[in-house]
Design a binder for this molecule. Structure first.
Ligand SMILES: NC(=O)c1ccc[n+]([C@@H]2O[C@H](COP(=O)([O-])OP(=O)(O)OC[C@H]3O[C@@H](n4cnc5c(N)ncnc54)[C@H](O)[C@@H]3O)[C@@H](O)[C@H]2O)c1
Length: 265
């Protein structure tokens, strides 16, 4: 793919998804700036490392200098006390968007989550246009992440793509994953499309593999330029059967249970 992506900043580069994106974009970005609060070491001449906290607005803005795009993956990836989510996800995303505005970054890709709509019944095919129904406080923080992205697109003309990431795993391991799995290959496909799609002011896309049982619409992703390839169905024989708990009625599954949130309140 050459070096057409220019300078790309990846936040949360030490994380599960960040590590895959880092390797995937290596060789495609002229300069890859890896941001995390965890220390990393550059592994190629194109890589630069910035160890910083996303809550530090000045440090974030400095890391975005000269960037053509930022893939913002850093933050709290699951249910947590609200102050941690506000700090890590809402404030962190605001710092990235404001830094991108100041530095004139051409594309901002935000890691959103399927958990923003986890209270829809499994029988509903959810499109990005439907109202949020978060399955917990984490999902609420991602509603704010997307709203910040929309604000910066509408008010300041930034080009923003929100990826509502499914269950990112090497392979599906539980019943819910049969609908929600996002394979590493499809994840990279969505990130590349989010970086390269042209004429975008604001877009929201479900980043999910082409699972036969998926309950999210993938049309928006196709419009962005990526159609997923993997299907969790091929792993069905390896996955333990589901019980008949009520949690299986909603898309968030166990994440939507009262207990899942109450232990953080
Ligand atoms: N993994 C999934 O299935 C999934 C699903 C939906 C959405 N997401 C979203 O994708 C993103 C990446 O998820 P992941 O699974 O790779 O998570 P992860 O926890 O593995 O990685 C997150 C990274 O962000 C860094 N980080 C956290 N807070 C920071 C801060 N204040 N300053 C600097 N760095 C900070 C962490 O050190 C970590 O390396 C997250 O935004 C998450 O909410 C993930």
């Amino acid at each position: 793919m050459g070096t057409s992506l220019g300078t790309v900043v990846v936040t949360g580069a030490a994380g599960r998804i960040g590590s895959v994106v880092r390797v995937g974009l290596r060789g495609e970005a002229e300069r890859l700036v890896l941001v995390d609060r965890v220390g990393l070491a550059a592994q190629s001449p194109a890589e630069e490392v910035r160890q910083l906290d996303l809550r530090d607005a000045e440090a974030v803005t400095a890391a975005l200098e000269g960037a053509d795009a930022v893939v913002h993956l850093g933050g709290v990836p699951d249910e947590a006390p609200l102050p941690e989510l506000l700090d890590g996800n809402v404030k962190g995303t605001h710092n990235v968007l404001e830094g991108a505005r100041r530095q004139g970054v051409g594309r901002v890709v935000l890691a959103s989550s399927n958990r923003l709509t986890g209270f829809y019944p499994v029988s509903t095919t959810v499109t990005p246009e439907l109202p949020p129904r978060p399955d917990g406080l984490y999902g609420v923080s991602k509603v704010a992440v997307e709203a910040l992205g929309r604000l910066y697109a509408d008010k300041f003309g930034l080009s923003v793509v929100c990826l509502r990431i499914g269950s990112f795993e090497d392979a599906p391991t539980e019943q819910r994953h049969l609908a929600t799995w996002l394979s590493p290959r499809d994840c990279l496909g969505f990130v590349r499309a989010a970086l390269t799609a042209i004429d975008i002011n604001f877009a929201t896309v479900y980043a999910v593999s082409a699972n036969t049982r998926r309950f999210w619409d993938i049309e928006a992703g196709s419009a962005l330029g990526y159609t997923p390839m993997d299907d969790a169905e091929t792993f069905t024989p390896r996955i333990p059967p589901a019980g008949d708990a009520a949690e299986h009625d909603v898309q968030g599954g166990a994440y939507a249970s009262a207990e899942y949130t109450l232990r953080h309140v």
